[in-house]
Ligand binder design. Sequence first.
Ligand code: FE2
Ligand code: FE2
Length: 311
Amino acid sequence: MTELSQTALLHELEPVVAKNLDRHLSMAKEWFPHEYVPWSEGRTFDGPLGGEAWSEGDSTLPEVARTALIVNLLTEDNLPSYHHQIASLFGPDGAWGTWVGRWTAEEGRHGTAIRDYLTVTRSVDPVALERARMVHMTAGYTNSHDSSMLRSLAYVSFQELATRISHRNTGRITGDPVCEALLSRVAADENLHMVFYRNLLGAALEVAPDQTMRAIAEVLEDFQMPGVGIEGFTRKSVTIALAGIYDLRQHRDDVVAPVLRQWDVFNVAGLGAEGEAARDRIAAHLGGLEQAASRFEEKRDARAAKLAARA
Ligand SMILES: [Fe+2]
Ligand SMILES: [Fe+2]
């Protein structure tokens, strides 16, 4: 089967983008970051204004919540890199271009809101946060899907859902209803983003089934969260997984499996040999994830039991 070029795919999917853009705009609720930040709790910091420096005791959030918030915020901060990637792939024209702009504007709100909250509530060290942002954004973000629209669409379908879950669960463990409300609001946006990309890739499965199936397989086999470039990411992601904010079980059961189910991947008809082979890889990957998730859960349980015994 001949492959569709990027240009042909853009053209084929344009009406689907237009329809889902309309859907998105009708579903998305306007909201204002400033309404989610408890400004009256804020105090001037040291430096040019001569206020009080941040100290460890200022933060009332659990350590793990702070770690997750920093990872989530730095992830949002790399928006220029993500914009560059999708703007390069989708182009500035028509519904594609409108989506790129709208999506970017919505994502921009997330970083603004979370940073304002963290700064006003003195939840994290603002100097360390700013330094981490400089390092992270200077490095920027690229992934191995930059050159392929289908791989990028598959990646963001999973990634937006992963981000939704991560924000929502982070909110829950902060123990702060204000933060939880903010992160639930952000998570609701991420869910709509996921639906947009998921619908688009679902249409691609009809237009170019073999090519799209291969893209899904490749993305799953090589999946990394967009925060992977954050300093100490491995250590931080273990902390986040141990706290049940985002772990392999959630990745498999709440992200990968439901998206595959929505695409009805295992019942797509009319695949050629290449598509069938890709689908087998997807099934094998799911099996591998199941094993890895169970292993992780056993280890986490054993660790919890050991800690409980010590206490
Ligand atoms: Fe976001
Ligand atoms: Fe998003």
